[in-house]
Write a protein that binds this ligand. Sequence first.
Ligand SMILES: Nc1ncnc2c1ncn2[C@@H]1O[C@H](COP(=O)(O)OP(=O)(O)O)[C@@H](O)[C@H]1O
Ligand SMILES: [Mg+2]
Length: 299
Amino acid sequence: MMDQAAQLRKLSARRNPGAAGGHPRRDKTRPARRVGSCRSIAVTSGKGGVGKSSISLFLAQSLARLTKRVLVFDADLGLANIHILMGVSPRYNLAHVVRGECALDDIVLDGPGGVRVAPGASGIEAMANLDSLGIESLVRELVTLEEGNDFLIVDIGAGIGQNALRLSAAADSALLVLTPEPTSLADAYATAKLLFAKGMRRIAVLVNMASSDAEGREIFDKFQTLVGNFLNRKLALAGILPFDKDIPRLVRSQRRYLAHKPKSTIAVRMNAYARALCGLPPAAPGNFFTRLFGPKAEE
Ligand SMILES: Nc1ncnc2c1ncn2[C@@H]1O[C@H](COP(=O)(O)OP(=O)(O)O)[C@@H](O)[C@H]1O
Ligand SMILES: [Mg+2]
């Protein structure tokens, strides 16, 4: 663990690149905006492999098409990281920033479709090694990422582990992805229950890989009934996306699915959901990173 003085020197060098010990950097931070005007959406699920990373990317690209400024924060420690889906190879991630080996701007990469990505997963665990001053300082920097964007899409790892839950709960809303697989509903219910218990205000549900709209609707209705009866909460339906065998193929060949199949049901519905999101009331006050790491985060 770095001693505190060294940590602060590195953090301060990052904030003031011209200062002694700092290094010049490309300023990719967009113009500062009113605090709280960036809407954070946690794309989450009860189980893995349901399409969270793909949907994070689609949603980000659909929002970017509407001229929204979008940053995807990759918070998934799993293997299929979103930068692979975006065809970018990050040299650094948040863990390097935490260790003082690069600036925060260095981890933000331009991806296809006007979307940017920040690989964050391993850094979140690494932040546990910083003391409270170090965390506070880094959070102030992370918040500038939000201030420069209209939407922060957080691609979350699967499951109801503490990390995944804490990350999801820090967002303004959750987009809960489920599939017609038999265990998906029970896993999604467990996730929704824990998220509501952590104070999540809004959960929208996206049924992915449905074999028909009727099947997707039936799954949503079942889920909504469960959540209504046992948790007394309401859910929104973000959309039903069909199974499309072209998704893995296009991803493997690094081609943008939405650009390649703009008239597909998936493209049309993701675009419609992005438009609906833009019409919702503004984000709650505060921001994702302060809620995630702020003084009250552990309560
Ligand atoms: N609607 C879909 N139809 C077909 N395959 C899909 C669909 N959505 C995702 N996939 C594929 O499912 C696999 C898992 O998707 P991924 O986005 O990595 O899920 P997660 O992030 O939840 O683990 C990938 O191979 C992806 O290409
Ligand atoms: Mg993923």
